[in-house]
Design a protein around this ligand. Structure first.
Ligand code: NAD
Length: 491
């Protein structure tokens, strides 16, 4: 039986790659190749950017913000209707639990609804300027062609975080999904046509970072880059953008502290630790991969955690009772095992897991792993693993927790578990992170800004401000004075 073949999506149509080449995409649970994906290059990027630019200067650019909102609303409904199908395709590529992916894709529809509503509510300002005889106001104008580059862990969600505000702002887009998870984006792109978007508003070019990502980022007609991914690629994109003075939104990695005080509800905190690091097999930028625990409850927390996580069910991610699925890609699987080896060499003590599970699926599984005896200066505490590996670090008091929490290059997220309101606010104010949860972990919403301090990124996604990542501000000065003042002197 021949496998499905996915082409690029350019100007509202499926377009075969200029090179004629395709690459395989695999199911990480079964290890089977299930589809072939177009291998893009600079010629495909040129065609996609040209289509986007034509849409921006043509039919799309001529629409009112209200009309854009109507189209986004229709798209949102289609996303919700097609969520189970899109989720199944996405799940086949990245091995996440079906139960989580379906809910995630359905929730994407809410992002489009939110930004549909926002499209015609971006109001400019009349400015009471100090200069006499002028009327001054601002206009917010769409930046133009936006490049959207995403990773494999939550492909459609992370694309929507960028695409929904970009389209609401009036931009057009060329999306490059991860080479490991391209199919769901191509299926999603087809819905834009059904929703009634003019061709060229959203284009998808699939392929590799060096062959598609780089030509896209450096393309002279691309104005802004919205990127989620690793630090290495993020830096390369930022450097390329700087050479051409383009703007960027970068959502990068994290090593977030999940801080548990001795006055916390320990049962709830244990659940928060588990959802922070073992949900999605730890393949989440916001993973609570460092648990900082107050010394007096250190041993009790470990006892409860080991007991709770020790029964977690690993296996087929499409089964509703599975709790931990495979690692999404072979290189990531090897990286996680490498970090487990490094942690042992550094002297951390493995109290749970620590091994691959070759007996499950195609063998791309890592047991949920807990290390104690971790010093915050160890590599296992400082570097992002992006897998089900937890470090537990004891602390004495609030000052110690804040010091260890912030002693890291990253600043994406963090959490505080306590029953004291004062302590919750005190620590929240002092943690250098873009999101801090109190007595919960991992909640995000279209209503609420998300992004990183320090090396975790630049700019914010979600919430009403995020639309400004895709807008330029123009100030307009209109003379109301018929008399032209002395032209040799600046007013
Ligand atoms: P990655 O950085 O390797 O790849 C991400 C995307 O960038 C892919 O589409 C890839 O093809 C592309 N790319 C790679 N090099 C490029 C280049 N030079 N120019 C342009 N594009 C290039 O990341 P990944 O392995 O797919 O995903 C895992 C990483 O993503 C983790 O480090 C994780 O922390 C991060 N992440 C961050 C967030 C967040 O919101 N902060 C969310 C999810 C994942």
């Amino acid at each position: 039986m021949s496998l499905p073949r996915y082409d690029h999506f350019i100007n509202g149509a499926s377009v075969p790659p200029a090179s004629g080449d395709y690459f395989d995409t695999e199911n990480p649970y079964t290890g089977e190749v299930w589809a072939h994906i177009a291998r893009g290059n600079a010629a495909d990027v040129d065609a996609a950017v040209a289509a986007a630019k034509a849409a921006f200067e043509g039919p799309w650019g001529g629409l009112t913000a209200t009309r854009r909102g109507q189209l986004l609303r229709r798209l949102a409904d289609l996303v919700i209707e097609h969520a189970p199908r899109l989720a199944e395709i996405e799940q086949r590529d990245n091995g996440k639990l079906s139960s989580e992916v379906v809910a995630q894709v359905r929730y994407m529809g809410e992002y489009f609804h939110y930004y549909a509503g926002l499209a015609d509510k971006v109001e400019s300002k009349v400015i009471p300027t100090d200069k006499p005889g002028v009327f001054t106001f601002t206009r917010y104008e769409a930046k133009g062609v936006v490049a959207i580059i995403t990773p494999w862990n939550s492909p459609l969600t992370l694309t929507s975080w960028k695409l929904a505000p970009a389209l609401a702002a009036g931009c057009v887009a060329v999306v490059k999904p991860s080479e490991f998870t391209s199919a769901s984006m191509l299926e999603f792109a087809a819905l834009f046509e059904q929703a009634g978007f003019p061709p060229g508003v959203v284009n998808v070019v699939t392929g590799f970072g060096a062959e598609v990502g780089e030509p896209l980022v450096t393309h002279p007609d691309v104005a802004h880059i919205g990127f989620t991914g690793g630090e290495l690629a993020g830096k390369r994109i930022y450097e390329a953008a700087a050479r051409n003075l383009k703007t960027v939104t970068l959502e990068l990695g994290g090593k977030s502290p999940n801080i548990i005080f001795d006055d916390a509800d320990l049962d709830q905190a244990v659940k928060g630790v588990v959802s922070g690091i073992f949900a999605a097999s730890g393949q989440s930028c916001q993973a609570g991969s460092r648990v900082l625990v107050q010394e007096s409850i250190h041993d009790e927390l470990i006892r409860r955690l080991v007991e709770f996580v020790g029964t977690a069910k690993l296996g087929d991610p499409t089964r509703p009772d599975t709790q931990i699925g495979p690692i999404a890609t072979r290189p990531q699987f090897e990286k996680v095992l490498d970090y487990i080896r490094i942690a042992r060499e550094e002297g951390a003590r493995c109290v749970l897991g620590g091994k691959a599970r070759p007996d499950l699926g195609a063998g791309q599984f890592v047991e949920p792993t807990i290390f104690t005896g971790v010093d915050n200066r160890m590599r296992i505490a400082q570097e992002e693993v992006f897998g089900p590996v937890l470090c537990i670090i004891p602390f004495k008091d609030e000052a110690d927790a804040i010091r260890i929490g912030n002693d890291i290059l990253y600043g994406l997220a963090g959490a505080v578990w306590t029953r004291s309101l004062h302590r919750a606010l005190y620590v929240t104010e002092r943690l250098k992170a873009g999101t801090v949860w109190v007595n919960n972990y991992r909640a995000t919403s279209f209503t609420t800004p998300f992004g990183g301090y320090k090396r975790s990124g630049i700019g914010r996604e979600s919430g009403s401000d995020a639309i400004h990542e895709y807008l330029d501000t123009k100030s307009v000065w209109i003379s109301t004075d018929l008399d032209v003042p002395n032209p040799f002197i600046r007013r």
